[in-house]
Design a protein around this ligand. Structure first.
Ligand code: ATP
Ligand code: MG
Length: 366
């Protein structure tokens, strides 16, 4: 078929994945289950994804020759983290390979300012925010948004990096340096009762299925635990799913879209941020659902039918950061624990080394 955007990739095809982390690893494992091959493209040696893939290219995200050669041997390309330079999928696209989700989705999600404008156009509720193009604009922005507020770098942030809280006495000169970005977004601090996320999978034909909402607890800006089901009213859950679906449709996502949200005491749901890829808050789906988020991503980007998202257990997923991985033996000995390790050699503090999902019968006592 000439129209690349409509290309279906049946089992046996090769999925190109930009990025070599644990999300790529779990995507490649799900792909293998369905008879697909994965080809990882990433600048680092011995990555979690490369360890389980059919082929690996170790090259810079800006290496045009390497990207062209990669494009020539894959049937579809996706990315497993949003800080991949957009030039990389564009080069692969130029070789006639569909990019799913689109380069536009990548472009929007890697720039917080662009993402805010996009979400505003979607008409979904958000925390109060204002773009801060340069340090000279910060004082006025803080005046408008008030304190406490959070300055977030527009680019390059993840796991709470590039974010600075502005309290009643915070000196604004120091804040910009600490944020570290070229420009930023100032947000009001949401007084939330809990954080939730919904992961939407959208097929090539526009079919939409959801996971969640799940309830997420963070420690030091990094996801610590995800609990399903989220302890929210059905009306709140329905609103969270509605918002996530609106964003996925507006962004014309083919693949997964994760939407992180704040739930306020009055039941209002506000979008925090989005990610067009598998998400840490969806790892429990591997063990608790008919179809995992990773398999769903593979199905969607290959244009084959999506699977059921039916859930069979209540679940709590805990991230294993740094030396928390040392407890592996205890988890292996726990009957309702499902342990996942990412094959990273060095357990640096705060580094995601693995996760463990505890399964309990549905509807049990929390
Ligand atoms: P990740 O990539 O891990 O999702 P990130 O670095 O992109 O994180 P955010 O999701 O923006 O960062 O923020 C991380 C966490 O910090 C949020 O999940 C939330 O707990 C807290 N946080 C961020 N923005 C706000 C806000 N406006 N009000 C209250 N809490 C916030
Ligand atoms: Mg986040």
């Amino acid at each position: 078929m000439n129209d690349v955007t409509k290309r279906v990739v049946p089992p046996g095809g090769t999925i190109g994945i930009l990025g070599g982390g644990q999300l790529g690893r779990m995507t490649a494992m799900a792909a293998a289950r369905l008879g697909y091959r994965s080809h990882i493209y990433c600048p680092d040696e011995d990555t979690p994804a490369a360890q389980v893939a059919d082929k690996v290219t170790v090259a810079s995200y800006f290496d045009r020759d390497a990207l062209a050669a990669f494009g020539d041997v894959i049937d579809v390309v996706t990315y497993e983290f949003e800080n991949v330079p957009t030039l990389s999928p564009q080069y692969v696209w130029a070789r006639g390979v569909p990019v799913r989700p689109s380069t536009k989705a990548l472009d929007i999600s890697q720039n917080r300012m662009a993402e805010k404008y996009f979400l505003k156009d979607c008409g979904v509720p958000m925390v109060k925010w204002i773009g801060v193009p340069a340090p000279v604009n910060l004082a006025e922005a803080v005046e408008k948004i008030g304190r406490p507020s959070i300055l977030k770098s527009a680019r390059g942030g993840y796991d709470g990096k590039g974010q600075v809280r502005i309290g009643p006495d915070t000196d604004l000169d120091a804040v910009w340096q600490e944020m570290g970005g070229e420009n930023g977004v100032l947000e009001a601090v949401a007084d939330f009762v809990c954080e939730v996320s919904v992961i939407v999978a959208r097929g090539l034909d526009g079919t939409v299925v959801h996971y969640g909402p799940m309830e997420n607890r963070h420690a030091h800006g990094i996801l610590d635990t995800t609990t399903v089901p989220a302890r929210v009213d059905e009306a709140v859950a329905a609103e969270a799913r509605r918002i996530a679906e609106v964003v996925a449709v507006e962004l014309d996502v083919v693949g997964l879209l994760a939407v992180e949200m704040f739930v306020l005491a009055d039941g209002k749901v506000l979008v925090n941020e989005i990610a067009p890829r598998p998400h840490n808050s969806g790892h429990w789906t591997i063990d608790a659902c008919m179809t995992s988020q990773f398999e769903q991503h593979v199905r969607a980007i290959c244009g084959v039918p999506l699977g059921s998202t039916e859930r069979f257990f209540d679940a709590e997923m805990r991230n294993l950061l740094g030396d928390a991985i040392d407890d592996w033996e205890r988890y292996l000995a726990t009957p309702n624990a499902r342990l996942h390790l990412y094959g990273k050699r060095e357990a640096r503090p705060g580094r995601k080394m693995g996760h463990v999902t505890f399964l309990t019968p549905m509807g049990g006592e929390p």
